[in-house]
Design a protein around this ligand. Structure first.
Ligand code: C5P
Length: 403
């Protein structure tokens, strides 16, 4: 944000134009954003300049184009670091296969990729390429990597391409791209000033220095919820069991191993406005932990006496610093709604999201949940874990605007 933007409250989008036949559509995106009073700073790759002229881009953005990393003239106007910091959001449009690959691998070999590496602003990419290039495992692996790091994809969509082929790879429409950006600006204030605690992943309960009791939880749903809360402007503390997921942007993460660690970390964070308990906490641990590896045949297995772990969710629900909203999850393999209703009342949480784990949701991108509260049950559609997180965060913000 520039000094003038700060005074006027104007939001600034850094529009990175990649070199593809769809580059001309970035001009329409810039026009639509400016019509809604957003500032648009254009950055062009060298290849983009083969498809649209700097003059067209400058005219529609109303600002000079930045394109050269090693230009003393452009650096003296604004350094590449200051340029990266000036944006409230970065939009890459069109994002070519090459640009996505360079982003995924952290290259900084031109101004566009350097700015993308230096920014802390949310990044949106609108890919456009031939269907085979989009479907290529290399591009898909880059997409997954970027999504895991919090980059948002808008499209591509299905349709006819400039090369004459048909399939997934067309740039999303300029209207769709601008609507998504504008909604994300609107969402980014929904939970400002609120603090949420999210537990995620499994816990691991050591039996001896080699073995442990745990479960299949990947942490994906909890991490998606922490990310969506942060995108809605909330302060988020994510208490995570052992998983190999990157920390979402603007989220404070506390790593734990056992249920007892998770309880201690949770209690140390109270008070908060809301808690979303997504963690698959191990219900049991062994009463004692072997200091040495238990040897087969040499130990009577009855020494592995199991004891119950503390129920973190129930303890928070009955705590004198109970958050205003407590949400639990229930992973069930049978009698889903019956068990979920019982669980919500027994634990004392306000809302409960129940999912049938027999449907094989562990480690998968999609989930299907039923939402339970005092009013009854809503069956949410099967959708990506990120979409479920957005749906939940929308509900949470409605709740906090009503109290
Ligand atoms: O009892 P069950 O494990 O099915 O309960 C699931 C819900 O309770 C989840 O929200 C989970 O995070 C939470 N839980 C907890 N501490 C436990 C067990 C479950 O916070 N020891």
């Amino acid at each position: 944000m520039t000094r003038e933007d700060e005074v006027s409250g104007k939001k600034r989008i850094l529009l990175v134009i990649g070199g593809g036949i769809a580059a001309f559509k970035a001009l329409e995106v810039a026009r639509l954003l400016r019509k809604k009073s957003y500032g648009v700073t254009p950055v062009m790759t060298e290849a983009a300049q083969a498809f649209v002229t700097k003059l067209s881009v400058e005219t529609l953005c109303g600002e000079a184009v930045y394109s050269d990393l090693l230009s003393a003239d452009q650096e003296s106007r604004i350094s590449h670091i200051a340029l990266a910091r000036s944006a409230d959001i970065i939009l890459v449009c069109p994002a070519t296969a090459n640009l996505l690959a360079r982003m995924a691998h952290g290259l900084a070999d031109d101004l566009a990729t350097t700015v993308l590496l230096a920014t802390t602003a949310p990044i949106y990419v609108a890919p456009a390429m031939n269907v085979r290039m989009w479907e290529n495992p290399a591009t898909q692996a880059n997409r997954v990597l970027l999504e895991q790091r919090g980059v948002h994809f808008i499209g591509p969509v299905e349709g006819e391409m400039a090369c004459g082929e048909f399939g997934m790879g067309r740039l999303a429409s300029p209207e769709m791209i601008t609507d998504i950006l504008i909604n994300s600006f609107a969402r980014s204030h929904l939970l400002q000033g609120r603090h949420f605690l999210v537990t995620a992943g499994p816990t691991c309960e050591p039996i001896d220095p080699v073995r442990y009791i745990s479960n299949h939880s990947s942490g994906l749903q909890g991490f998606a919820i922490a990310e969506a809360l942060a995108q809605a402007g909330a302060a988020v503390t994510l208490i995570s069991g052992p998983v190999s997921l990157p920390t979402p942007a603007n989220v404070r993460r506390i790593n734990v191993v056992t249920a007892r660690d998770m309880l201690e970390a949770t209690l140390s964070c109270l008070p908060v406005d809301g808690m979303i308990a997504v963690a698959a906490v191990s219900d049991w641990r062994t009463e004692t932990e072997g200091q040495e590896k238990l040897k087969k045949g040499r130990h009577d297995l009855s020494i592995l006496k199991m004891v119950e772990n503390p129920d973190i969710l129930a303890m928070v629900c009955h705590h004198d610093k109970r958050p205003a909203l407590v949400v639990g999850f229930a992973a069930e393999t049978e009698k889903l709604l019956e068990h979920a209703r019982e669980k919500r009342l027994k634990k004392g949480c306000d809302w409960l999201l129940a999912n049938d784990v027999k449907a094989g949701v562990f480690g998968k991108d999609h989930n299907q949940v039923s939402f339970l509260d005092d009013h009854g049950v809503e069956n949410w559609p099967s959708e990506s874990k990120k979409d479920i997180a957005c749906r939940l965060v929308q509900k949470i913000s409605t709740y906090f605007h009503q109290i």
